[in-house]
Structures are given as C-alpha cells and as structure tokens.
Design a protein around this ligand. Structure first.
Ligand code: TRP
Length: 487
C-alpha cells in the first residue's frame, strides 16, 4: 500500500512548505527590483490568479488520480484517456527542470546558512552599507566556501528525501511557517520607521510601464537603438509569468507529486486557495520589509541576486535585539528553503524507485550527486564567470581558438541562463501542457470526479479557465518571445 498524508492539514503543510521558500524572500524582491517595481508586481499577481491557481488545481487533481511520480502519472492518465503516451515527456522535462532549479537553489540556500552564522556571531553589528556589501563580496568571491555550504545543504536535503516524504516535513513546517511569518511582520514594522517606507510603497505599487517594457543597462539607464528610441523588451513579462510558476512550485510536477499522496476526500479548490494566498502574502511581506531598507540606505533596487544579503543585515545590525532576530530569520529561511528543495527532488527520486526499482536511499544519493555537480556552474557564476569565459576555457583545453562572440547571451552567467531557461521557459511550457491535458485530453468524467467533493461552482469555473483562459494567456506571453533576442 502506498502511504497517504495522515490528514489534509499535512498536505497543506507540505505544499505550503514547497511553495514558500527562497522564491518568496530572495527571488521575488530582487526581480521586482530589477524590473522596475509596480507593473512587475501587477503582472505577477495577474499571473498568480489567472494562470497559477487553475494550474495548481490541475496538478493536484492529476496527481491524486495518477498516484505515482509525474512521469508514470502522465503515462497512465494519457492511456486512460486514450491519448498518446508521449504526454509522459512532461514528467521528464519536469524532472530536468527540478534538478536544474535545485542546482542553484542549493547554492543560495547555502549562502543563507552562511548568513545565519554571520548574524549569530555579531558580524552585522553596527555595519554600514559598505561593510555589509563587503561581507557579501567576500563570501561570493570565495568558491570554496560557497562549495562547502552548497555541499552541506545538498547533504541535508538528501537525508530528508531519503527518509521519505512524510518524515519530518510536517513537524518542520508547522513551526517554521508561523515563526517566519511573525519575523517578517516584525521586519515590516522596523522598515516602516526606517525612512524609506513611502518610497518603497511608491516603488512597489505605482505602475511605471516604461521601467517594465523598455530595456535598461546595469546603471538603470535606458538602452537606445540607432534612432535614439528606447528598446522594447518582453523579458520582464516572461520573468513575471515564470515567477508565478516558480513561487507556487508549478509546472514541473512537484505539486502533482504531493497531490499523489492525497486521499480522495478533500476539496482541492480550498486547498489550492490556501496555498496560493499564503505564498503571495509572504512574498509581498518580504517586499515590504526589504524595499524600505533599500531606499533608506541608498541601495540599488536592481542590485540582483544579492539584494536581500545587502539590505537585511543592515537592519539586523542596527535594530534592538538584531543579533538574535537576524540569526532566527536566516535559520528559518534555511528551513523554508529546505522544505522547498525536498519537493524539487521528490519527482526524480520517486520515478527512480518506481520504474528503475532502485532503493530509495540509493536513488536519492545519485540524484543529489548529479545536482551537486550542476551546482558548481552557479558557484562560479556568482563570482562573475560568464558563459563566454567558460567557452574560452573549454576551447583552450582542446587547443582551439575562441572567437569572442559579442552577443549579450555570452556575457551572461550560467546561473542567469539556467534560471531563465527553467523558470521562464520550462515551467510555463510544462504548465501550459498540464492545462491542455487536464482541460482537453482527459475525459470530463475523470476530472469532474476529482472535484466532486467541492462546492459545485468550482468545477465549471476551473474548467473554463484551464481550457481557454490559462492556455491563451501563456501562449500570448510566448508569442512575443522573439522580443528578448533583439539586443
Ligand atoms: N516554490 C519554491 C520557492 O518559491 C521553489 C520550488 C519548490 C519550486 N518546488 C518547486 C519551483 C518546483 C518550481 C518548481 O522557493
């Protein structure tokens, strides 16, 4: 017998644990900062409601019906619907996306672990902006240190996954989430009095379409074409949509996987609504805690992946009880990242045990090792290595001469490339296919049955969303994909 969650609270805890993580507290603020604030948040919220929510319902329903890892669930459901078994490719690309995402997720989570020690040792006390920036630079330009933390994080993730989904997650989440929430609220209150609150509200909630739709350089200046016109870019739109998938753990089968452990008698509509609301609230609170500090201290909102590591320590270093609060905050953030990382790995491990009959421990160690290796790419990215640099080294190993390619693509780091490929392309494509599969391929009877314990309005609304609205919106965003290759 396959185990199921002990009750519906457990499923909510696990799914919220998967959804709430670095995506909310690390990624959301820095991409909001990079893409100009208000319009980005607006686009993200629209995507959460019209794309994320329906796909969340679809993933839970599919998982619960298929009761296996995403690859085998898709295989079985496609046969059941009399369709082609190649739908299981969805599960495959999901496993690939999960492993790629976890490869950098683990490096950032490692930095979070490092920061909890730094906070605890009083390193942030009375620090200035320059001091805090220095602490971050020292860490990221030391690949060995990053590697050690990355290894430690992968280690604890492997242990948790090897022990099986249920062991540990329930207990961890039930104290981590409330505590993290309380600390975020404390930080928002602190930020309110930091002197940058009004500016932050303005930044986050006043639309400025120019900053969203026109390309800017590292200093925030608009790029111009030969005629002196600003250059239109569609990339922020793709990032906003991609982040809706990322933050809700959708599009790669993580929620499908968790849905497969869910028993028949719970309302998936209610479940999805709770998960999505909690996740969104946490992200907005993180923004409200961080941006006031950014503006009050003259930091650059577009500073990139280092944003939380540059802004929060200033607050911890200067508030009463900051040493304790800072330590707690980073420790809790580590736990939140950990419960998300588990869900990134679970589909691959479940597939290896089901289809390859591998022992769970062995499957986990193998998967963890592969991901650990891919993580090296991100470690070097954070100290400034670009794709061009790597190609140059590879070429020289083979005694070939590397011709400098001037396209912007070669000036990006592998972290940037992996992140864009997974979050902005693979997850939305996966989600699009899930919506099409649930809405058009599966028989109405089988999907409707999954909703039969729901309020009777949920199914018809969901069905229209997942057949028309959601696929149409994802498609529209992709229609303009060529718009990102212009410069
Ligand atoms: N949602 C998590 C976060 O916001 C990350 C995550 C966990 C994820 N599982 C996922 C992202 C599956 C995409 C797909 O931190």
């Amino acid at each position: 017998m396959r185990h199921e969650w002990s009750n519906r609270l457990t499923f909510i805890l696990a799914a919220v644990g998967s959804a709430v993580g670095l995506g909310n507290i690390w990624k959301f603020p820095y991409i909001t900062g990079e893409y100009g604030g208000g319009v980005f948040i607006f686009a993200y919220l629209i995507c959460i409601c019209l794309i994320g929510l329906p796909i969340m319902l679809a993933e839970i329903a599919l998982g619960r019906r298929g009761k296996q890892s995403p690859v085998n669930t898709m295989l079985q459901l496609s046969l059941e619907a009399g369709s082609h078994p190649s739908w299981s490719l969805l599960g495959w690309s999901g496993m690939a996306a999960g492993c790629l995402i976890l490869s950098y997720y683990s490096v950032i989570a490692g930095e979070v672990m490092a920061y909890s020690f730094r906070a605890g040792s009083g390193m942030f006390n009375q620090q200035t902006v320059d001091g805090v920036k220095g602490i971050l630079t020292t860490l990221v330009s030391d690949p060995e240190k990053l590697l050690a933390w990355h290894t430690l994080f992968m280690g604890v993730t492997v242990i948790a996954v090897a022990k099986g989904v249920r062991g540990g997650i329930e207990k961890t989440i039930s104290f981590v989430m409330p505590a993290l929430f309380v600390l975020l609220v404390v930080l928002v209150f602190y930020a309110m009095n930091s002197g940058g609150f009004e500016q932050a509200i303005d930044f986050m909630f006043t639309p400025d379409a120019d900053k969203f739709f026109y390309a800017r350089d590292q200093l925030g200046q608009y790029l111009m074409d030969a005629e002196g016109e600003k250059i239109f870019t569609w990339k922020p739109m793709m990032v906003a949509m991609g982040h809706a998938f990322f933050t809700l753990s959708l599009g790669m089968g993580a929620i499908m996987m968790y849905g497969s452990y869910l028993n028949r008698y719970v309302s998936i509509g209610q479940m999805a609504l709770i998960i999505v609301s909690l996740d969104t609230v946490v992200a907005l609170l993180a923004g409200l805690a961080i941006f006031p500090l950014v503006f009050a201290n003259g930091l650059d909102p577009a500073a990139g992946p280092g944003l939380i590591f540059e802004s929060l320590p200033i607050a911890f270093g200067n508030m009463a009880g900051g040493r304790l609060i800072g330590t707690l905050f980073f420790v809790l953030l580590f736990f939140a990242a950990w419960t998300s990382a588990i869900s990134l790995m679970e589909p691959t491990v479940a597939w290896l045990t089901e289809s390859k009959k591998m022992h769970r421990v062995k499957a986990t160690v193998w998967t963890g090792t592969v991901i650990w290796f891919i993580g090296l790419a991100s470690i070097f990215s954070f100290s400034g290595t670009t794709l061009g640099d790597i190609l140059r080294i590879l070429f020289s190993w083979f005694g070939l001469e590397y011709l400098e390619l001037n396209h912007w693509f070669f000036k990006q780091s592998l972290f940037i490339i992996i992140d864009f490929l997974t979050a902005s392309i693979m997850l939305p494509v996966g989600g699009l296919l899930i919506a099409i599969f649930a809405g058009w391929v599966m028989e109405r009877d089988s999907t409707e049955r999954e909703f039969s314990f729901n309020n009777r309005y949920v199914y018809p609304v969901w069905s229209v969303m997942v057949r028309y609205v959601t696929p149409f919106l994802v498609f529209i965003v992709f229609l303009n994909i060529s718009g990102i290759f212009k410069f």
